[in-house]
Each structure stands twice: as C-alpha cells, then as structure tokens.
Design a protein around this ligand. Structure first.
Ligand SMILES: NC(=O)c1ccc[n+]([C@@H]2O[C@H](COP(=O)([O-])OP(=O)(O)OC[C@H]3O[C@@H](n4cnc5c(N)ncnc54)[C@H](O)[C@@H]3O)[C@@H](O)[C@H]2O)c1
Ligand SMILES: O=C(O)[C@H](O)COP(=O)(O)O
Length: 530
C-alpha cells in the first residue's frame, strides 16, 4: 500500500480521500515548519502532500528515496525545487483552479480595505477615537484597475472589478487579444504605460526568475501619483522598501499585501508604513477553497500512486486513469527499445526518430516518448541521472533532436513502435510491439526481422551468416556456464549479416563477452541488462 505524508495544514477531508483510495496516510501538519524532523522521516513515504509552509528543497529531496509524487494543495510551487524533484523522477503536481476564486475575492477585499482604510479605521474606533474626518477614502466605481498577470486569478479579479464598474487594463505578455476582449479588459503591451494609468494595481503572476522584482523601485516611481497597490500573488515580485518609502512620501495613497519576501513575515518594513493593510498569506484561506484543493490533491496523488494517472503535473505529461492501463504494455515496449538502443549505441547520438505505427499512434505519446528516451539515455548518463520526468530535458541539454511520427497500420504486426537512432557515425533502428499476451516483443533490429521476448539479462550478437554459428555460440555459452532462456534469430539475406538476441539466466560478464567475440563468425557481441 503506498504511503503519503501530509506535512502542512491541509483540510482533513484529504485524509479520508487517501484512505478511500487505498493509500496509507500520516497527517502531521506541523512537520512543514520542522525541516530537520521532516528530513528524518521523508524516506519512508511514496507521496508528500503540502501547502506553502513545507519547503521541498534539494536537501530534503536527497533524503526522499521512495518519494514518487509531491502534491501541492494550492497553486504556487515556488517552495518546491522542481529541477531537483525531476532529477529524482518525482512528479510535482498542483491544483491550479481550486483556490482561484477565493484568492481573487481576497484581492478585491484588500482593494476595498485599502481604498477605505478599513483596518486602521477599525482599530481607531475600537480605541474610542471616533476619527471620522481622518479616514477619507476613495470610490472604486469608475476607477482604473491595472492587473499584472491575467491568468486564472487575474481573470476572476477582472470580472469582479468590471462588476464593480471599474475600467480594467491588463499587462500579461501571454494574454491573447481575443482573450482580453472576451474578458472585457484592455491589454497593455507596455508595463510602465499601465502603471502610469492605473488608480489601483494588483499582481497575479507567479514568481519566476523573469518576474522577481518586476515592480522595482524604478517602476514604483512611475506609478500614477496617489495610486494603490495590492499584492496577493507572491512576495519578491515587489520592492517592499520602495513601496514603504512611497507610502511615507505620499506618492502612493495605499497598499495591501498578503504575501511577503520572507514568510512567515514576523517583521517587515511595510508593517510600519502608513495606509498599508497586511494579511498573513490568507489568499487561499476559505473553507471552500481549502476543501477544494485538499480533495483534489488527494485524488490526484492517489490516482498516480495506485493507477499511474498523472494530472496537473508541472514536470511530467498528463496521463488519465483510463489511459494508464492502455499505455502500460506500450510503456514496456518503449523500455525495451530504449534500453536496447542505449546499450548497443557506442557513438554520440544526434537525433532520434520515433515512429508510432497503427493503433499505438492513437495513444497519448508523450509518456511513451519520455519513457523510451529515459531508457535510452540511462546507459549514457548513469542509472540515477535520468528518468521519464527528466528525460526530455536531459536529451535537449545534450543536443539530441527528437521527432515523433504517427503512421497508418502496416506490416505483419499492424501496430508497433520503431526507433531510429542517428549517431555521428551511422543510423540504426529497432522496433517492438505488444503481443496478444500483452507482453512486449522486439520484432526488428537494423531492419532484420526476429521475435525476441525482452528478459532481465540478454546477449546480443551479430555474425556472418555461415553454418555452425548457432552451435558454436551455444557450446561457448555452455562452457561459460550460461543457461539460455530464449533464443531469437534473424538474418538479412542468406550468407549476409545475421543477428541473435538471447535471453540468459545471469549477467554475461565483459570477460565472457570477449570470449564470445573471439568466435570466428562473430562481428559484434554485447551483454544487455533490462
Ligand atoms: N495569496 C495567496 O494565498 C495565493 C493563492 C493562490 C495563488 N497565489 C499566487 O497567485 C499567482 C497567480 O496564480 P494564477 O492561478 O492566476 O496563475 P496563472 O498561471 O493562472 O496566471 C498567471 C499569469 O501570469 C502571467 N505572467 C507570467 N509571466 C508574466 C510576466 N512576466 N508579466 C506579466 N504576466 C505574466 C501568465 O501569462 C499567466 O496568465 C501565483 O503566484 C500564485 O502562487 C497566491
Ligand atoms: O499558491 C497558493 O495556492 C497560495 O499561495 C496558497 O498558499 P497556502 O496553501 O499556503 O495558503
């Protein structure tokens, strides 16, 4: 039974979902704040369910020897080292929509709070001051709202703001003009032009290396005098010192921050700035959103751990629960083809062409290609160096071009996968299919037909097609104490090149390979391991 650790304050609805799906679960919500203790026990778990308090750093992941999936009950995954997770084959998934409405509502609430200084007015009233003239606010109706990042949350904010009779303008390089029109927002291509125009600016973009400090001191200086700034996206997008100074100088009339450069924010320059409303990262904190994201993440993680289905992953292709069983036998074919090619290829690979022929071409090809490439790269980069999650990136880093083609059913098998590997010196191919027993077979090597059943240990030889070879190979293996489990043969033409792919009961050692190579007809011999 797979085992999941919940190390953050997820709704306990997640616990029941895991149990109902046959997943053992440990609910330890305080662990996210105790990285040392988390590191001690992480090795016991197949899955880790988190919010933003748990930091899934490279150091933690180095100890996570059994971990297969990290599920973020929420949106932002800047607390997960995704490259480190990918390198270990850990799928990272989030719940991209579950808290969008709730967070958009918080941004709107913060806009009102800062337009009417509600927190300060509340504190003053409770203190018995009745400072009616001190808290002069502004109307929102008719004002211009500038949205930075108009994705899931930004577009909900836009629709609510339009309902409040605001004019909405948006800066988002990935927002199409059609989508902007559909949302009823005016798209700005120039961020500074938007800043000069907007009465309120609200951020809804992820924090990445491109967006960090996007509202720098220079840009804050270009905001419309008297504007108000809301950040319910991520700390680090805005220069907090510059905002505090602009509030003190009166250049900005107000600000509202839910997120901070350093969290938990026990101290921050904004806390003492005038007209600044602060909340402790509450954007997603409604019972509705927390239930949504907890249920969703528990379903997604269970589906992956028990059925191999992948959804909302940031570092792996999606596979539905319906697709997973259909893909399984073809994944085995891709493992065999990639494993074979990776072990027999001796020169630097420049390109791979993967042909999906017949019905296999109707499946989701991304996981098939990723598996094939991972198995092919393993002998080249080492067992721990690549997996299905990291394979496309590792291949790209090595300058290997990958092409996928779908072809109509053809040949005796109708449906098969053919891998063509081009190196600096030559082009070679290997093909495989699924037999009626739902097991993989290698059906062609270098254009020569054969039928080989992949085995954990194999021996591959090429030879000149002359009488006596099979006998001398069998005798040599007998002499070496190697038991033959399966024996597949093929040849191009009579007297031409012939191939043999044998399943054997134990690993053929390099010394044994040298003795096989010494047989008169042999041109190539390789010990293979799958
Ligand atoms: N305060 C909270 O509790 C809370 C809750 C949920 C989400 N968030 C945060 O809100 C942010 C937005 O979430 P979302 O679900 O809307 O994400 P999303 O991916 O749906 O939208 C983000 C948008 O930002 C845009 N973008 C990317 N780079 C940009 C750039 N350089 N300039 C302008 N726009 C850019 C993208 O095109 C996209 O449209 C994330 O950072 C998320 O972590 C915070
Ligand atoms: O990215 C998110 O989903 C939000 O920042 C919510 O974070 P939280 O789950 O820690 O409240």
């Amino acid at each position: 039974m797979p085992k999941v650790l919940i190390s953050d304050a997820l709704s306990d609805a997640a616990v029941q979902i895991f149990k109902d799906n046959g997943v053992e679960v440990d609910f330890q919500p305080a662990l996210g704040k105790d990285p040392a203790k988390l590191a001690e026990i992480i090795g016991d778990y197949d899955g880790l369910a988190i919010r933003s308090a748990t930091k899934a750093t490279a150091e933690l992941l180095a100890k996570a020897d059994n971990l297969k999936v990290i599920g973020r009950a929420g949106i932002g995954v800047d607390n997960v080292d995704i490259p480190a997770a990918s390198a270990k084959g850990i799928v990272v998934m989030n719940t991209p929509f579950g808290n969008s409405i709730t967070t958009a509502e918080h941004a709107i609430a913060m806009m009102f709070a800062c337009a009417r200084q509600i927190p300060e007015a509340d504190a003053s009233t409770r203190a018995g001051k009745w400072e009616k003239s001190k808290f002069m606010g502004v109307e929102i109706t008719g004002k211009t709202l500038g949205i930075l990042g108009c994705g899931n949350i930004g577009s909900v904010v836009a629709s609510r703001a339009i309902g409040l009779k605001m004019k909405v303008i948006a800066y988002d390089p990935f927002l199409s003009h059609e989508r902007a029109q559909e949302l009823g927002v005016e798209k700005f291509d120039d961020l500074e032009a938007l800043l000069a125009r907007a009465d309120f600016v609200t951020l809804h973009m992820p924090k990445t290396s491109q967006t960090a400090n996007i509202l720098s001191a220079e840009r804050i200086a270009k905001m419309k005098p008297g504007a108000r700034l809301i950040n319910c996206a991520r700390g680090g997008l805005v220069d907090e010192d510059a905002v505090a100074q602009a509030l003190k100088d009166g250049r900005l009339a107000g600000a509202a921050f839910d997120v901070f450069g350093e969290e938990p924010a026990k101290e921050n320059v904004l806390f003492s700035a005038p007209n600044c409303v602060c909340t402790p990262h509450l954007g997603a904190s409604t019972s509705e959103a927390q239930e949504n994201v907890a249920l969703q993440v528990a379903e997604q993680m269970s589906d992956y751990l028990t059925k191999g289905a992948i959804s909302n992953a940031l570092n792996a292709p999606s596979v539905t629960a319906e697709e997973a069983p259909l893909l399984k036998p073809w994944i085995a074919v891709c493992e065999a083809l990639g494993g074979f090619a990776g072990q027999v290829t001796e020169n630097a690979i420049t390109s791979l062409e993967i042909e999906y022929v017949g019905r296999v071409g109707q499946l989701n090809l991304k996981p098939l290609t990723a598996t094939l490439v991972a198995c092919l790269m393993k002998p080249l980069v080492g067992e721990g160096g690549v997996n299905m999650v990291s394979a496309p990136v590792v291949a790209r880093e090595r300058g290997i071009k990958i092409a996928e083609t779908r072809k109509d059913a053809q040949g005796a098998y109708g449906s098969y996968v053919r891998l063509v590997v081009t190196t600096e010196k030559q082009t070679r191919s290997v093909a495989g299919t699924v037999f009626s027993d739902n097991k993989p077979r290698i059906i062609q090597i270098k254009g020569i037909d054969l039928e080989a059943d992949p085995q954990p240990f194999m021996l591959y030889t090429t030879n000149n097609d002359q009488p006596g070879y099979i006998g001398s190979l069998g005798a040599k293996l007998g002499e070496l104490g190697i038991n033959i489990a399966t024996f597949a043969l093929g040849r191009a033409d009579k007297g031409g090149e012939a191939i043999a792919l044998l399943g054997v009961d134990e690993q053929v050692t390099p010394d044994m390979v040298a003795q096989i190579l010494a047989l008169p007809q042999v041109t190539q011999a390789k010990a293979l391991k799958f």
